[in-house]
Ligand binder design. Structure first.
Ligand code: NAD
Length: 498
């Protein structure tokens, strides 16, 4: 078997000492391609030591020089794009063009972070009182951490660490144990870009490593992205331990299709966003909500041949629409949800459960599945499936179409397809979901806006990247100053500006 992956601590790759290993598969072939070491609490402590040591000097560097490191990192990632995308595709299973997109969407936040000298500026009020000026500054927090999921091993670590490091923090990334090669390579590139040792560390591991991060009082903030159960655990434990925490969880995004929508356009957008990356995206669209029976019948009839015609292939192929799922265990879970949906009375329009790819029979492939007549109360609708499965939940009218995503336990993204501007506007105003697309199926905000879902899709108050990212990774200090020329007497009344 090929190399064993360790950690990246204090500017270099180091082997693991815990003796615990985890298999990393190539999901297209089903083979174990390498193993990753799972950190003990003592190994996490070493990474925190390195980050703690690096913090004072890194925080003291002026923001323009920090921005130069981030800018150089952007150039190095661009140069390494093909290598990163291939590595990512081989461990995750998403097709190569989509793997490049994963790196590129992370890079867009890196580009945003290059503007840190401007973004981190404080505010100033001249003459707030007699001879008094007030100013504020945004200071870094110290050692901070990012715990990241398997489904975006390039984008999500870059969302977090590029802004955190640009702000003057030092960082520990605990990536998913399923595809850790890209996060390790990104840390190497950050060092090559000129970041001092200890500024970006990667500790591989599972719950043991996460619990060590949660327990260490030197870690001041944690950004988490993953499933809701773990997001809640991280939020509850991290905040109880006095840390700042943002924790983003699972999703079940709906796409509303009004009767006046361009149906061909809506169907194409649904197919791409439901089945791209085999549905393993938190901003995928696993639920279609056609409004009215006629719209629903047309939509299902148009979707069926397109789901049957999906091109499913090995991840390194450039012309597949989707590749395999991440692990055999995850594929079993997705299959079980389809079995359940059928038991719950949903209509199985296209069944992808038994798909097998010739020449890749051991790969973790599934065909696309289309289910009609999903309802709230069906467990398979109420929960996240995270696979190549599209459920149709028919709505009688506009009000019901607003209510379905609004009442769902998750509130990450939602979309509406229509030609009616007033209806779209009303929908965007009323719907109880964090990110809304109007004729846009995957409304992931651009890097200089902010990303974050509501309800069980996001715990905490501050979003990811954009100006909110800078707020999350800094604390505000406000200074009130005067330089009196005369000696002043004691003041017993609270000073007011009246
Ligand atoms: P996951 O929750 O299994 O793992 C996420 C991270 O938590 C990993 O680093 C993992 O090692 C760690 N972890 C797992 N079990 C743990 C435990 N018991 N204690 C402590 N840490 C633990 O999620 P995943 O399967 O890697 O990713 C898929 C999930 O992430 C889906 O639910 C998806 O919707 C969600 N996701 C959400 C967003 C978002 O922005 N809301 C983005 C991407 C993915």
């Amino acid at each position: 078997m090929a190399a064993e992956l360790g950690h990246f601590i204090n500017g270099e790759r180091v082997g693991g000492t815990s003796g615990r290993l985890f298999d990393i598969f190539n999901p297209s072939t089903g083979e174990v391609q390498r193993q990753v070491t799972l950190a003990s609490a003592a190994e996490v402590e070493k990474a925190v030591d390195a980050a703690q040591k690096a913090f004072p000097a890194w925080a003291a560097i002026n923001p323009q020089r920090r921005a130069r490191v981030i800018f150089k990192f952007k150039e190095l990632v661009e140069k390494d794009m093909d290598n990163l995308a291939r590595m990512l595709s081989e461990e995750h299973g998403k097709v190569l063009p989509d793997a490049r997109g994963d790196v590129q969407r992370g890079l867009e936040v890196v580009e945003f972070a290059c503007g840190i000298p401007h973004l981190q500026k404080g505010e100033y009020t001249d003459a707030a009182g007699p001879g008094i000026d007030v100013y504020s500054m945004r200071q870094p927090l110290g050692v901070v951490a990012g715990i990241t999921p398997f489904n975006f091993p390039a984008m999500i670590p870059m969302w977090m660490f590029s802004v955190a490091i640009a702000c003057g923090n030092t960082f520990i990334n605990k990536p998913s144990e399923k595809d850790p090669s890209v996060p390790l390579r990104l840390a190497e590139l950050m060092m090559e870009a000129g970041a001092p040792e200890g500024v970006l560390n990667v500790v591989n591991g599972d719950k043991e490593a996460v619990d060590a991060i949660l327990a260490d009082p030197r870690v001041k903030a944690i950004s988490f992205v993953g499933s809701s159960k773990i997001a809640h655990y991280i939020y509850a434990t991290g905040t109880a331990n006095g840390k700042r925490v943002q924790a983003f969880g699972g999703a079940k995004n709906h796409m509303i299709v009004l009767p006046d929508a361009d149906m061909e356009n809506a169907v194409n957008n649904l197919i791409g966003s439901a089945f791209g990356s085999a549905g393993e995206r938190c901003m995928a669209t696993p639920v279609a909500v056609p409004v009215g029976e006629e719209t629903a019948d047309t939509l299902v009839a148009m979707l069926k041949p397109k789901v049957e015609a999906l091109r499913i292939g090995p991840s390194l192929s450039e012309d597949s629409d989707l590749g395999p799922l991440v692990t055999a265990a995850h594929r079993e879970q997705v299959r079980a949800y389809i079995d359940l949906a059928v038991e719950e009375g949903q209509e199985l329009v296209v069944d992808g459960r038994d798909f097998s790819l010739q020449g890749y029979e051991n790969g973790f492939f599934m065909g696309g599945t289309l289910l009609d007549r999903a309802r709230p109360g069906h467990k398979s609708y109420d929960e996240e499936i995270f696979g190549p499965v599209l459920q149709v939940a028919r709505a009688k009218n506009f009000e019901e179409a607003v209510a379905l995503p609004s009442n769902h336990q998750y509130g990450n993204g939602v979309a509406i397809f229509t030609r009616n501007g007033a209806a779209a506007r009303e929908f965007a105003q009323k719907v109880n979901v964090g990110m809304v697309g109007v004729n846009v199926p995957i409304p992931v905000p651009v890097a200089y806006h902010t990303f974050g879902g509501w309800k069980r899709s996001g715990y905490g108050d501050i979003n990811q990247h954009g100006p909110e990212g800078v707020r999350f990774w800094t604390k505000v200090k406000t200074v009130t100053q005067r330089w009196p020329e005369d000696v002043q007497g004691p003041e017993f009344v609270i000073p007011t500006m009246g």
